[in-house]
Design a protein around this ligand. Sequence first.
Ligand code: M6R
Length: 608
Amino acid sequence: MCGIVGYVGKKQASSILIEGLRKLEYRGYDSAGVAIIDNGVLSVTKCKGRLANLEAQLLEEPLKGNVGIGHTRWATHGKPSDENSHPHTNEKGTISVVHNGIIENYIHLREWLMAKGYKFISETDSEVIPHLIDFYYDGDIVDAVMKTVTKMEGSYAIAVVTSNEPDKLVAVRKDSPLIVGLGKDEFYIASDIPAVLNHTREVYLLEDKEFVVISNDGIKLLDAEGKTINKEIFHVTWDAEAAEKGGYEHFMLKEIHEQPKAIRDTMTSRIVLGEPITLDDINITKDQIKNLNKIYIVACGTAYNAGVVGKYVIEKLARIPVELDIASEFKYRDPIMDKNTLMIVISQSGETADTMSALRLAKSKGSRVIAVTNVVGSAASREADDVLYTWAGPEIAVASTKAYVTQLIAMYIIALFFAQNKETLSHEEIEEIKIAMMELPEKAEEVLKNKETVQKFTAKTYMHKDMFFIGRGLDYAVALEGSLKLKEISYIHSDAYPAGELKHGPIALMEDGTIVIALATQEAIFDKMVSNIKELATRGAKVFAFAPEGHTEIEKSVFSVTYIPKVMDILAPVISVIPLQLLAYYMAIQKGCDVDKPRNLAKSVTVE
Ligand code: M6R
């Protein structure tokens, strides 16, 4: 997804913009550019490809100046190309704009502007913005931007500079993230906090239709009517290290290793032995919980896979029916909801467009929404009635790992919170689960120490084109996530199946050498799972199994096995997913793939 950075201060904008854009690379991009003002002259350098291309151009022809905007683009309208890259400018070359989002009525605006003589050079929706600003510009850039956004439908975070008012930067957002970094006599804007962390920890989190005007005189925040607004400064507590690779070869590997801490952090102050579960930002009452007729869990990708576990544990522990939906499908199926229906959206970024649409639909039907998100101040956290933050810290690798395990922890916390309020579990039963949860960080550390069998297996199998993941119950939920991880970063095709379903079709694909990754962590159905594994092994499949310590009998039926520490059955996904993340990681490494930035994928998908 696009990344925006802006700077007004006394330093050279160019290097600050590039550094900020680099911190936003995880959002995914196909081109990059900057616009910088020097002595009243606006200059733009932009090109297709990685940031290194842009840097090379800037090295050849440096851009001086202390005011500027930068952008990394992830193509939506128009292919990745130099022309389609941002910043876009008006014909006179006096106004430059970077944009994140989609202008839904851009065709209409384009035709309207063309009828007035404006010429377009790109295929983008974004190019209408500088022309509209040009049309409205009458000596006041703030006024022109304000008039422009009233004509724009869709989602946007935009930043604008003009050589006519050379010390000024104007930015505004709607349904796309934008933050303002407050330095000493210098200011930053960015799509996300990591872009400014090297410079400041004090930020404003802009809300929809809030404008920021930065100049040498200081900073002003305005509402859509142009009235000054006051905002609380948000102090970022992440250390700068947390947004760097910290010694690991890839962000993904670092984030896999951060999971014990992320699990612990997410439980902090929520899972306390002997004390009832109280959740700071969740205000749903006991009566409202008792009256719930149904819960919808709605999410995308990995967050959806966490929802599969959520459905299972909420139904099991709190005895409330749960429906699970892929967010992009939800609004097209006329869901049955009322004020006694609860929606839980799960979203690492809290900005995923499909998930946000589902959230808004639920609210329009009078249903309450709990957001489980990792990003403070994200759209989901602002628009939901209740929020449960996963304290995973910033997740940079496109493939989600530590966010997933913290989403699982969030599901257990919510399930226990409901069970406590509905009294579907006794105090002792809740305490027993809490004790087991508190052991998870240590068990996760243990799994991380034992990578060899996974590494050896990947070295022998990475050249395969297809693999299968199987499991029963919660193991099937983890199989879905293992399969998604493998596809995303190693580009090996894989499917996940409930093990009992194989004989209803997919077993036809089993032949000599077919690779099957089997999860057999659930004590209650272990024997059933072993029978399924045997069915596959007799047809020539090479089965790589994950089983709880002590179950050595599985060795007879499989090609290779990794033992994982014993945990309570319902908590097993938190532990068993870790070797699957490592499996995907080492497969990708063997194949020489770009682990942190897999092809065609973006970290935050803010378009439907
Ligand atoms: O930010 P979100 O959790 O809403 O993102 C949802 C998916 O786009 C995300 O989980 C995606 O599937 C990841 N690439 C998974 O690794």
